[in-house]
Design a protein around this ligand. Structure first.
Ligand SMILES: [Zn+2]
Length: 65
């Protein structure tokens, strides 16, 4: 199982990406859950699970002092 981290270049959301050796195949693409930026296009060679780990700073305005 191969793990890596992905940071969305558009909104800085953090994702954990895990390659699974289950025999299943992921195809299509994974888009950022928050801004819809395409983070990865799956070519069907591995099964990949990606989950959100770090929410981007959405309190930006509130902390702007
Ligand atoms: Zn994003």
């Amino acid at each position: 199982m191969k793990k890596s981290d992905i940071i969305c270049p558009n909104c800085n959301a953090g994702y954990r990406r895990v390659e699974l050796a289950s025999g299943a195949r992921s195809t299509g693409e994974f888009r950022c859950l928050l801004c819809d930026h395409v983070l990865e296009v799956f070519d069907g060679t591995v099964e990949v699970a990606i989950r959100l780990t770090v929410q981007p700073e959405k309190t930006f305005q509130g902390l702007n002092n």
